[in-house]
Write a new protein. Structure first.
Length: 269
C-alpha cells in the first residue's frame, strides 16, 4: 500500500508547489492593462484590415494609447471614429481625408482591344501569366474579378469586363491593391471628382490602337489646368489631388475621356 500512496503524495505535493509558484509568478510578472486600450478598441470599427499599418484594431488601439499612433490613424473610421478616440484620449483629432480605392482603367469590352480570348481560370493572376493577359494594353484591367473576390466589404463589382469600386463601401483596406497583378488600383481622396483613369505609359499612337479611352499623352489637361494640378511623366498625366480644385476643365478638354468626371457610381441593387 505504501508503494502506491508514496507516488500519489509526491505528485500531489509537486502539483501544489508548482501551483503556488505559478500564482506568485503571475502576481510578480503581471502587466497592468490600461483600461483606455479597451475603450479605444471598442471605438474602432473592427474591420481588422491592417490599413492603419498595425496588425488589426487591437494593435492600433494599443499603439494609440502608447502614444505611437495618432487618434485619427484609422482610415476606415474616418472623422467620426477619430473624434471618439480623441475624446477617450483627451486630445484633439485632426480631420482625416478619406481615401478609397480606384481602378485606373476604363477599357471595358467595347473600348479595349484583345490579343486573344482567355478561357482559363477566372483569376487575373493566372491570366496575367499568359502574355501579360488578353488585353492589348499591357496595363488594362483583365476583368476576372480577383479584386472583387478578395474584397471583404463587397465594395468591388464587375461591369462590362472591368472592375469598378463602390466608393461608399470602400474602406481603403488595400487588399485589392495587393492582389492586382497589373498594379492599376490606387488610393485616391474620396472627395476628389476627377481622376486620370489610365496607367498606360505607351505612346499616344499605341494607346489609340489598343484602347479608345486611354491617356494618349497629349498634355491638353496639363496645359489647361488653371492651378497646375497635373504631373506628366512617361507619356501619362496624373492629377495632384492636394492641388486639384475640381473645376472640371481637364475632363471637358480631354479628347479621349480618360479623365473620369465624378465619383464612382454605387452598385445598383
Amino acid at each position: 500500500m505504501t508503494d502506491i500512496l508514496n507516488p500519489i503524495f509526491v505528485l500531489g505535493g509537486l502539483g501544489f508547489t508548482f501551483a503556488v509558484l505559478l500564482s506568485i509568478a503571475s502576481q510578480v510578472f503581471s502587466v497592468e492593462i490600461d483600461p483606455k486600450v479597451d475603450e479605444v478598441r471598442n471605438a474602432l470599427p473592427g474591420a481588422n484590415c491592417g490599413a492603419c499599418g498595425y496588425p488589426g484594431c487591437d494593435g492600433l488601439a494599443q499603439a494609440i494609447v502608447d502614444g505611437r499612433s495618432p487618434a485619427n490613424a484609422c482610415p476606415v473610421g474616418g472623422d467620426p471614429v477619430a473624434e471618439k478616440v480623441a475624446d477617450i484620449m483627451g486630445v484633439n483629432a485632426a480631420n482625416v481625408d478619406r481615401q478609397v480605392a480606384t481602378v485606373l482603367c476604363q477599357g471595358d469590352c467595347e473600348k479595349a482591344k484583345l490579343k486573344y480570348r482567355y478561357d482559363g481560370i477566372k483569376d487575373c493572376r493566372a491570366e496575367n501569366i499568359l502574355q501579360n493577359g488578353s488585353k492589348a494594353c499591357s496595363t488594362g484591367c483583365l476583368g476576372c474579378g480577383t479584386c472583387m473576390d478578395i474584397c471583404p466589404f463587397d465594395a468591388i463589382y464587375m461591369e462590362d469586363g472591368i472592375a469598378v469600386v463602390d466608393k461608399d463601401k470602400c474602406t481603403a483596406c488595400m487588399k485589392c491593391i495587393e492582389v492586382c497583378p497589373k498594379q492599376i488600383i490606387e488610393l485616391v481622396p474620396y472627395e476628389n471628382e476627377y481622376i486620370v483613369k489610365c496607367k498606360s505609359n505607351d505612346k499616344g499612337k499605341e494607346v489609340r490602337s489598343n484602347c479608345d479611352i486611354g491617356c494618349i499623352g497629349c498634355q491638353i489637361c496639363v496645359k489647361n489646368c488653371p492651378v497646375d494640378a497635373f504631373e506628366f511623366e512617361n507619356n501619362l498625366a496624373k492629377i495632384k489631388y492636394d492641388t486639384c480644385i475640381n473645376c472640371g476643365i481637364c475632363a471637358s478638354k480631354c479628347p479621349t475621356g480618360a479623365i473620369f468626371p465624378g465619383k464612382e457610381k454605387t452598385k445598383a441593387s
